[in-house]
Design a protein. Structure first.
Length: 261
């Protein structure tokens, strides 16, 4: 691919790395399309258990490429709508991926770069990382990434980030739930490996079920419909081969078959 490098190791851990370091991994039409294609490939690959999204160089992603945004400002509404739908579809593909995803944030994450990080299940950042929902600085708004930012940090914090477009450090991002862990830059890969090890210890089908179920649940009353959905889900999953293997491995005090040896 022109803007990405994809590598899968022997344990089924895939790393999808954005490779436009000369523009701080800012994305344009090509990168948006290739990230979507990359996730399609990794989702379809039965070897892949976990996907790590990373950026080459000093930045994770500076968000939208300015030249791309300039072209958008001069294009037709129809072109802009299709372009925005493509970006929305790519973020949805990351967020709805049935396999666990981790964002490896080593530097700047601006605008859509924040969207990429919060679309992943887990985000781990270096102490040097900086974040900004920066769209308002250019006279636009974080429309497509907005739902993912709100889901990560809540409506009030998301609105504050979007209205001010101010940069925040990694510690503040951790405090508000934008990322899950902050470590020194030279410890970032070790931290990612630790998260990956924890994910690989659990049933891959169960993880897919978790992601599908939690996507349907909202904060609020546990209604009869919600209770029925959860009862139907657990009653079905308890009868799967993976569940039988999990219980058998626990009782036999041995590693489950899905844990890499």
């Amino acid at each position: 691919m022109e803007t990405l490098h994809i590598e899968v190791d022997g344990r089924g851990v895939a790393q999808l790395t954005m490779t436009r370091p000369e523009v701080f991994n800012a994305f344009n039409e090509v990168m948006i399309s290739e990230i979507g294609q990359g996730f399609d490939r990794l989702i379809a690959d039965p070897r892949v258990r976990v996907i790590v999204l990373a950026g080459a160089g000093k930045a994770f992603s500076a968000g939208a490429d300015i030249q791309w945004m300039k072209r958008a400002s001069e294009a037709t509404r129809e072109w802009n709508l299709e372009d925005a739908r493509s970006f929305a579809g790519m973020l949805h593909k990351i967020a709805s991926c049935p396999k666990p995803t981790i964002a490896r944030v080593q530097g700047l994450a601006l605008g859509g770069g924040v969207g990429l990080a919060v679309a992943c299940d887990i985000a781990v950042a270096s102490e040097e990382a900086k974040f900004a929902v920066s769209e308002a600085r250019f006279g636009i708004l974080p429309a497509v990434i907005g739902p993912y930012v709100i889901n990560a940090v809540g409506p009030r914090q998301a609105k504050r980030l979007a209205l001010t477009a101010s940069r925040i450090g990694a510690a503040q991002a951790l405090a508000m739930g934008l990322v899950h862990e902050v470590v020194a830059l030279d410890e970032l890969d070790a931290a990612i490996k630790r998260w990956v090890d924890e994910l690989l210890a659990n049933g891959p089908a169960a993880q897919g079920e978790i992601k599908a179920l939690f996507a349907e649940l909202e904060v609020g009353p546990v209604t009869p419909a919600v209770r029925e959905l959860t009862a139907q889900t657990i009653s079905r999953v308890r009868m799967t081969d993976e569940a039988r293997e999990g219980f058998a491995a626990f009782l036999a005090k041995r590693p489950a078959a899905w844990i890499p040896q």
